[in-house]
Unconditional design. Structure first.
Length: 227
């Protein structure tokens, strides 16, 4: 299927102005094609669905939740296992094809695992959000909380970059991908019941809880596209 050319507009909404007036055919695209919102989920193994059957991964479960709640949506799985914010920056331009209406960004976990300087991670996230802004694509930024073992300065800088960048670019902001599991009173029980054996990736039931928490926020992102 041929993809439409991208026109530049001054703001979000109305499914990118009916896919830019049905690609200058001045509207004649089918109503279904005009109304379906396409999102890209740019992330790492958490987005990609590491260790799970395809249908139980984050993207399929999120797409299913949204459809059950009345959204006409397609989600492109742009998750790459092991990816860092640098990898996300290198991929964002070609991820945002003209048919992508909104971008979910969930990166930084592998930066943490590698102890990458938060200023470097921040610069990468800033760069990819700039690309989305230039393409007139609204964004959701999902954050992470650094552990204390890197020291208070590292933690403060890492934790702060997500809300600050979300504010700068007007992104829908979510504090933590794993918040529904991290906030459980019984942390050991949460690890046992909702995480895979590696202790890093959620199992299918854990993903379900994550999707239930994130779903309404993704609807907020969709609202910025269709209004």
């Amino acid at each position: 299927m041929a993809r439409p050319l991208q026109f530049t507009s001054t703001g979000y909404g109305a499914i990118r102005i009916l896919r830019n007036l049905a690609v200058a055919g001045l509207v004649a695209a089918s109503p279904a094609a005009a109304e379906t919102v396409t999102l890209a989920a740019l992330g790492d193994s958490l987005t990609q669905g590491y260790g799970l059957p395809q249908e139980q991964g984050f993207v399929p479960q999120l797409e299913g939740w949204l459809e059950e709640h009345g959204e006409d949506v397609d989600i492109v799985n742009a998750g790459v296992s092991g990816d860092t914010t640098a990898g996300g920056l290198s991929r964002v331009d070609w991820t945002l094809t003209p048919d992508v209406d909104g971008l979910i960004v969930a990166l930084g976990g592998n930066d943490l695992l590698r102890g990458i300087d938060p200023s470097v991670s921040r610069g990468n996230l800033d760069g990819l959000l700039q690309v989305a802004q230039a393409k007139d694509v609204p964004t959701m930024l999902i954050g992470l909380t650094a552990p204390g073992n890197y020291g208070p300065d590292y933690k403060q800088a890492f934790d702060a970059m997500y809300p600050e960048l979300a504010k700068t670019y007007g992104s829908v902001y979510v504090e933590s991908f794993l918040a529904p599991l991290e906030e459980m009173d019984d942390r050991q029980g949460a690890m046992r019941d909702y995480m895979q054996a590696d202790g890093i990736h959620p199992n299918a039931e854990g993903v379900k809880l994550i999707v239930e928490a994130l779903g309404p926020r993704v609807q907020q992102l969709i609202g910025r596209i269709v209004d």
